[in-house]
Ligand binder design. Structure first.
Ligand code: ZN
Length: 251
C-alpha cells in the first residue's frame, strides 16, 4: 500500500481566537482517511435536504458495462453514457435530480460502474435497460425503490465514496502499480456528482475562520476589504494578537 502523506493547516477563529489544525487532503483517491472525510463532508452538505425530502420518490439505480482494458477508457465510456442517458426524454421527464457515485474495481480488466440515488416519479425499467445497452453494451441495470429512511439512502450512496479499492487477480508485487494507476487517473476526476434538483447545493462557509497565512498578513497591517467586516475595530484585533504573542502562543 502506498504511503499517504497529509499536511495540516492551522486555522484561527478571528472572533474567538480559538485555533484548530485541519488535515489537508493528500490527493490520493484510494486514501481511506481522505475518503472518509469526503464522505462526511458530503453527508453534512446533503443531509438537510434529505431530512425534508419525499421518501417515496427516491430510487437506487446501478449501471454497469463490460470491463475495459484501461481505467481512463472505462471512465470516459461511463461519463459519456451517463450524460447521454440524462438527456434522453425518458430520463428528463421522470427524474428531477440525483446523486451519483462512481465505483471502480479490477478483475481481469477495469470495471467501472455508477450508483445513483434518484429523485423521480418512477422509472420504466425495460426502456432504461434498452437505452443503457445501446449506449454501453452494458446489460445489468438495477432499479429499486428506496424503502428505508431518506438519510439511510444518502448514507448508502455515500458508502461508495469511502469504499476500499478491490483488485482481484493482481499479483501482490503489482498491487502498488495498480494503486498508482488508480490514483493518477482519478486525480481530480469527479467520481461523485449531483444533478437536477441536487445540483449546486453549497454549504455556507463560516466567515470567522482564517488560515494562519491570512493572520500573518494582518500582522503586517494588510487588511483586505473582503475581510474587513470580520472585525469591529482593527486595532482591537492587533492588541489581542500582540497579547497572545506576549503569552507565547504561536500562530
Ligand atoms: Zn489522504
Amino acid at each position: 500500500m502506498l504511503p499517504y502523506i497529509h499536511t495540516t493547516t492551522r486555522l484561527v477563529n478571528t472572533q474567538t481566537f480559538q485555533e484548530i489544525d485541519v488535515v489537508n487532503s493528500c490527493g490520493n483517491r484510494s486514501c481511506p482517511i481522505c475518503s472518509k472525510v469526503r464522505s462526511q463532508r458530503l453527508f453534512s452538505l446533503y443531509s438537510p435536504l434529505f431530512a425534508v425530502i419525499e421518501p417515496s420518490k427516491l430510487s437506487l439505480l446501478t449501471l454497469t458495462f463490460p470491463n475495459t482494458n484501461t481505467l481512463s477508457e472505462g471512465l470516459f465510456v461511463l461519463k459519456n453514457a451517463v450524460s447521454h442517458l440524462r438527456h434522453q426524454k425518458l430520463f428528463k421527464d421522470k427524474v428531477k435530480g440525483g446523486l451519483a457515485s462512481i465505483e471502480v474495481t479490477y478483475n481481469q480488466g477495469w470495471h467501472v460502474h455508477v450508483h445513483m440515488l434518484l429523485y423521480s416519479d418512477f422509472l420504466i425499467r425495460k426502456k432504461l435497460i434498452k437505452s443503457w445497452f445501446k449506449l454501453t453494451g452494458g446489460y445489468i441495470v438495477d432499479v429499486r425503490q428506496v424503502k428505508t429512511e431518506p438519510l439511510q439512502a444518502l448514507n448508502y450512496i455515500l458508502k461508495y465514496v469511502q469504499k476500499g479499492l478491490k483488485f482481484r487477480g493482481v499479483p501482490p508485487e503489482q498491487v502498488d502499480d495498480f494503486y498508482y494507476i488508480y490514483n493518477a487517473t482519478m486525480y481530480r476526476f469527479r467520481s461523485f456528482f449531483s444533478f437536477g434538483c441536487f445540483y449546486g447545493v453549497k454549504k455556507e462557509k463560516s466567515p470567522d475562520w482564517e488560515s494562519v497565512d491570512y493572520l500573518e498578513s494582518l500582522k503586517k497591517g494588510v487588511l483586505s476589504h473582503k475581510h474587513s467586516h470580520s472585525f469591529s475595530r482593527f486595532s482591537d484585533f492587533l492588541d489581542e494578537l500582540s497579547y497572545k504573542e506576549s503569552r507565547g502562543l504561536t500562530f
